[in-house]
Design a protein around this ligand. Structure first.
Ligand SMILES: *Cc1c(COP(=O)(O)O)cnc(C)c1O
Length: 362
């Protein structure tokens, strides 16, 4: 029998981490994770049923993801050697840090932003330099460049649009950074389909730029498919350390079909963008909260009461949103994903009741 002190064996940076917490409360209306409220269109399921070869699950997946890469290349006008498929774009964040950061190195990003940049960095013993966003959740290039000069990060991460604030950062500030930073610049365009704004054309003039996209927000969160577009040399390095079968057969096949038959998905996205605008207008009309403008599939808002109690009340009424109050810059802030028109109506009527009870009684 062997009984060792397991915790003594664990690396100090890992010991400090907590497992990523996901609210698993089962609510009827799930508006907490920026998923699509819509299942993939029926026609895609039909196509899969009629696949002559089926999924061949006894065989390993295509390690080069050729079919999926083909359709992405056609859509974006890039070459296969500029493309890497990840098991979600989260995996690509990790691979990028693994390639460009060693012990004692740091990365930098604006804050508040997507939690995974910091979590992955900590897991790898990489320092994270957080540059505070201004009141409009934007930044001046000057502020960022000062932080760069001081800390000399190897990689910059920009969530564009930014999760959880929802906005795209100023393109001129980003451009100035891109023009002068000699390290790697990652533009995480996970919400591209809702902003329809991209830095993709800059790849031609900046070989240190990496664009990341994801299918998680447009209906395939369960499949874990993300991809990176970058200079062939960067892709070459990623391919060296990526596990050979990181993207599985089912994910590759369904993602390819979805991208080849994008018409119905685009309609779903159009509806979400329309609903975002409707939700924004309705929430703007409420005195008891402040809603921020959004280029993504969610809205950030700040309530004048205790955010956590509003979060709990919503959950008790069957609506799950994301409580962001743990972050010092996001006190009493909640994030709501845009759902179907019916889900949004349900949310709007609940939030009105919860934040303005006095008006209701009057
Ligand atoms: C959701 C999200 C991702 C994660 O995408 P996956 O492809 O599901 O791993 C990446 N970046 C940002 C900013 C996100 O909000």
């Amino acid at each position: 029998m062997t009984q060792v002190n397991l915790l003594e064996l664990v690396q100090p940076n890992i010991k400090k981490l907590k497992a990523y917490h996901v609210d698993t409360v089962d609510c009827e209306t799930m508006l907490h994770a920026n998923e699509s409220p819509y299942a993939p269109p029926e026609e895609i399921i039909e196509i899969l049923k009629n696949e002559p070869k089926g999924f061949q699950l006894n065989r390993y997946p295509d390690p080069n993801c050729d079919g999926l890469k083909s359709v992405i290349c056609e859509n974006l006008g890039v070459d296969k050697n500029q493309l890497v498929i990840g098991n979600g774009s989260d995996e690509l964040i990790q691979l990028i840090m693994q390639i460009f950061c060693g012990p004692g190195d740091c990365i930098a990003f604006p804050e508040p932003t997507f939690a995974m940049y910091s979590i992955i960095a900590q897991g790898m013993g990489v320092e994270a330099v957080k540059v505070p966003l201004d009141e409009q959740w934007d930044f001046k290039s000057q502020t960022f460049l000062e932080a760069i000069n001081k800390h000399k990060p190897k990689v910059l991460f920009f969530s564009f649009p930014n999760n959880p604030t929802g906005n795209c950062f100023s393109e001129s500030a980003l451009t100035e950074i891109l023009e002068s930073f000699p390290g790697i610049v990652v533009l995480d365009e996970a919400y591209y389909d809702f902003s329809r704004t991209t830095f993709l054309p800059r790849l031609a003039s900046h070989n240190n730029l990496i664009i990341m996209r994801s299918l998680s927000k447009i209906g395939l969160a369960g499949l874990r498919v993300g991809y990176g577009i970058a200079d062939p040399e960067i892709i070459n390095q990623i391919d060296k350390i990526r596990l050979p079968y990181n993207s599985n057969t089912v994910s590759q096949t369904i993602a390819e079909k979805l991208l080849r038959h994008f018409g119905s998905v685009k309609k779903q996205i159009d509806s979400i963008i329309q609903e975002r605008s409707r939700m924004y207008t309705k929430l703007s009309g409420l005195d008891a909260l402040h809603v921020y403008r959004s280029d993504s599939n969610f809205l950030l808002f700040k309530v004048k009461q205790e955010g956590l109690s509003i979060f709990k009340d919503l959950a008790e009424n069957g609506i799950l949103v994301r409580d962001l109050g743990a972050h010092p810059r996001l006190k009493n802030c909640l994030r709501v994903t845009i759902g179907t028109p019916q889900e949004n109506d349900r949310f709007l009527s609940q939030i009105k009741n919860l934040i303005q009870p006095s008006k209701l009684q009057a």
